[in-house]
Design a protein around this ligand. Sequence first.
Ligand code: GLA
Length: 345
Amino acid sequence: MIDRATARGPARVNLIGEHTDYNGGLALPFPIDAGVTVRAEAISGDEVVAVAADLGEEDRFPLRDVRGAPGWRAFVRGTVAELGAAGFAVRPARLEIAGDAPRGGGLSSSAALEVALALALLALSGEAAGVDRVALAKLCSRVENAWVGAQTGLLDQLAALVGEPGSALRIDFATLDLRPIPLDLRGHRLVVLDSGATHDLSAGEGYNERRAECDRAAAELGVRFLAEGDPAAAERLPDPLDRRAEHVLTEDGRVDEAIAALEHGDLAAVGALLDASHVSLRDLYDASVPEVEATRERLLEAGALGARMMGGGFGGGVLALFPPEAEPPAEAVPVEPGLPARLLA
Ligand code: GLA
């Protein structure tokens, strides 16, 4: 049994396929280098002690009776509790958390934190090797749903746990079929520019409200997932359910069109699809805010072939595709597929 372990959970970028995960649709994310590192050390006693190094804050709670708490503590407590509920032998531990992905920036620092916590704790109990990563993604997603209060889907956790370097991951959320798609950008660059508007996915309006609307639309169409809905029937839904459904149904098509464009090396077409995704998220899904629009304008004026809001919306970062000859704004962060969640030596 080892007494110390360090795990790294990556943040993620989603190339295209937004608000499709909880609708049984398609997405094309990849893990990036930025993320969260958790250093875990087994301790005596019956507590978990967690230290958020960046915030200078600490949490301490009994392993056998985990209660909820606000803020970052919810992630730690939720991960410990869900691992225990799933039958893993979580040990008393001290956990030191340090991150380098912007919080609330739409890169899913929260999933990075969950998967790093989970892998570090599993390493201490000798259960990290050979763990089923899809099952672990579901477990981490339950942390968001039940402990943090964000009714998010599986996009971020799967991207963080299953992505592979050099590729984006095509995820079919209805079947959980996973397929790596080589991301050959032919000298083009993907960048993310923060809009400065932070989003809180557990906040009452916004993300959770959209998810509830999609569930209503799916129920009215008599399908398990909105992505399985009949487009003609979706058009007859009352507003705004008709527009939410149109976004989900057309966004799914754009994911496979983007994959085909990548395979043909048609980067201009990829850029146009990013734009189409953005317009749909803005006008049909009502998920944009003025700061995001202004950020996108800046990227397009700098010569991007296409740009779109990324992640849960209502703030966060904007993803843009730049051709070799154009210069992105100085604060834009270049992103490329990195390693998935892992234990460090
Ligand atoms: C957030 C959620 C994901 C997904 C995206 C939108 O990142 O955590 O589950 O729904 O928004 O595509």
